[in-house]
Write a protein that binds this ligand. Structure first.
Ligand SMILES: [Ca+2]
Ligand SMILES: [Ca+2]
Length: 532
């Protein structure tokens, strides 16, 4: 009884033996370096690599492609909750939760955050209909640890993944596990960013998701025309994506409408899953891969930007990767070449924006809008890795630094929340919050107790306009930076630490460590306290 037409594609069972362990290791090593101007290293790099580790190399047995979804039907309950306190009471219909994550989207890359070149009309409208946070922080400055914090409610002092390529541990409790236990249907679509192929104890299915579809692996998710994705324990093949590039390394797909663009597959899956589960409380986690790294987008999204005649520095063919044959032809060749990286980058973000609009429209069409909290955010700051010009776009807005930096540009990210009837439209919140706050927020929404051993604080009071009741963090911690109140402290510099007043100096230009040694003394203790 499938209702997902795309799933009916009959792919032949694959007999490819994956040989991705080495590639995972290379990717993990290549991308785990948080080296930047801020490398002060309270955690030794050996410890860091050990924590981050390389991919486990656990491979699922190749499976025949999925032929049908067996998601059952369910009872119809349409009553809306009547939330009056921070914790949503136990009503007959608890709110749905949709968390949409962009990958490496900068603080300044949405219109509602000041972006002037890239068009994001739907996210801008979402902010007008809901609440826009100006002081929300990612879990870390790169993918895997950031996602670990989001899933587990733990900051980097306690999280089990502190570097790219790490896997959740058996004992890690995720927000999906808690919501599933509370009766929610749970789904993850997109980039897990944490090692975990089918059967792995850290896989999405093992960590509370009833249904998942997407990339199981960090390195694999660097490419937009994959030769396979996973749907639960089944491998979904895309033979049309094989050898889709020209000799100069550009994708022919974008021009000729060949191939299956992974982002589009994710949106189709998400829309289908929402329809299938509209009659019960659900949690959809949708970590898109846009605008991360490889720059390529179908022609219809590129065209409007090509017309603008922006300056472009073509990205040439990559040097490629050794190994990784199991991931298909693209891996050996590395990122695609791109003649128009800036136009492509903007086109990718606008495509994602369009598709988020489709998801919001579907929720409204199904009458679920007022019973669904939708959150949009990004997992870390912007990166020029794919070839676009981050200065041209002013991707970090008023902040300094980007991905892999501990400056605000690496970790402060957009966050927009929409919940018609509950969140006051058009509000802007400067409540300092972070990825590890999502788990307790979700627990409050579901009316269940938040586990005691986490670092997060629910931001539900703030969402509901009860700022007076909103608890604040004593401090925020990201291994190489701490924030407490208005102060941000980085290790390194002439006085052993660098201290910035974020209220007056959001760009972290004026080191005040010499002027306020007592503040340095007080806040530096959090580097140790966070690990206790
Ligand atoms: Ca990322
Ligand atoms: Ca800037």
């Amino acid at each position: 009884m499938t209702r997902y037409p795309r799933f009916l594609k009959t792919h032949r069972p694959t007999t490819i033996v994956l040989a991705a362990g080495l590639f995972s290791a290379l990717i993990a090593l290549a991308s785990s370096g948080v080296a930047g101007p801020d490398a002060g290293l309270p955690l030794s790099s050996a410890e860091f690599v050990a924590q981050g580790g390389a991919g486990s190399g656990v491979e699922g047995t190749p499976h025949p492609a999925a032929t049908a979804s067996d998601l059952p039907g369910g009872e119809v309950k349409k009553e809306h909750p009547t939330a009056t306190s921070a914790s949503v009471p136990n009503t007959s219909r608890r709110p749905n939760i949709v968390f949409i994550l962009a990958d490496d989207l900068g603080y300044g890359e949405l219109g509602c955050y000041g972006q002037e070149k890239i068009k994001t009309p739907r996210l801008d409208r979402m902010a007008e209909e809901g609440m826009r946070f100006t002081c929300h922080y990612a879990g870390f400055t790169v993918c895997s640890p950031s996602r670990c914090a989001l899933m587990t409610g733990l900051h980097m002092g306690h999280a089990s993944v502190k570097g790219n390529g790490g896997a959740l541990k058996k004992e890690d409790v995720t927000v999906a596990m808690l919501l599933k236990e509370a009766g929610y249907k749970t789904c993850m679509i997109g980039k897990w960013g944490l090692v975990g192929r089918p059967g792995h104890p850290g896989s999405p299915n093992s960590k509370g998701f009833d249904h998942w579809f997407g990339y199981d692996n960090q390195g694999f998710a660097h490419f937009y025309y994959p030769e396979f994705l996973w749907r639960n324990d089944q491998k979904v093949l895309y033979p049309e994506n094989h050898n889709l590039r020209t000799d100069d390394g550009q994708y022919v797909a974008d021009v000729d409408k060949k191939g299956s663009y992974a982002h589009d597959e994710f949106t189709t899956e998400a829309l289908g899953w929402i329809r299938e589960n509209k009659d019960r409380p659900f949690f959809l986690y949708l970590p898109y891969t846009i605008p991360h790294a490889e720059l390529t987008v179908p022609r219809d999204s590129l065209e409007p930007y090509l017309k603008l005649g922006w300056p472009e520095t073509p990205k040439l063919i990559d040097k490629g990767n050794n190994g990784g044959g199991g991931y298909g032809s693209q891996y050996k060749r590395g990122y695609c070449a791109q003649s128009h990286p800036n136009a492509t980058y903007a086109g990718m973000i606008t495509r994602m924006d369009r598709d988020i609009g489709r998801i919001l429209d579907l929720l409204d069409e199904l009458g679920l809008g007022e019973n669904t909290l939708v959150i949009f955010s990004s997992d870390n700051g912007p990166s020029p890795e794919g070839g676009q010009d981050v200065e041209f776009f002013d991707s970090n807005g008023p902040l300094s630094g980007g991905k892999r930096s501990m400056q605000e540009g690496g970790i402060r990210v957009p966050m927009i929340a929409r919940w018609p009837g509950k969140i006051e439209p058009g509000t802007v919140s400067d409540h300092p919050s972070a990825f590890w706050d999502f788990l307790p927020t979700a627990c409050d929404l579901a009316g269940i107790e938040t586990p005691g051993n986490i670092d997060g604080i629910s931001y539900l009071p703030e969402l509901l306009g009860k700022s007076d009741a909103q608890k604040k963090h004593e401090y925020f911690y990201w291994i190489w930076a701490v924030r407490a109140g208005k102060w941000k402290l980085h290790p390194g510099g002439p006085n052993k630490f660098r201290l910035y007043d974020l209220e007056k100096d959001i760009a972290e230009k004026h080191d005040l460590s010499g002027e306020f040694p007592e503040v340095v003394e007080r806040i530096s203790k959090y580097f140790e306290k966070a690990k206790q």
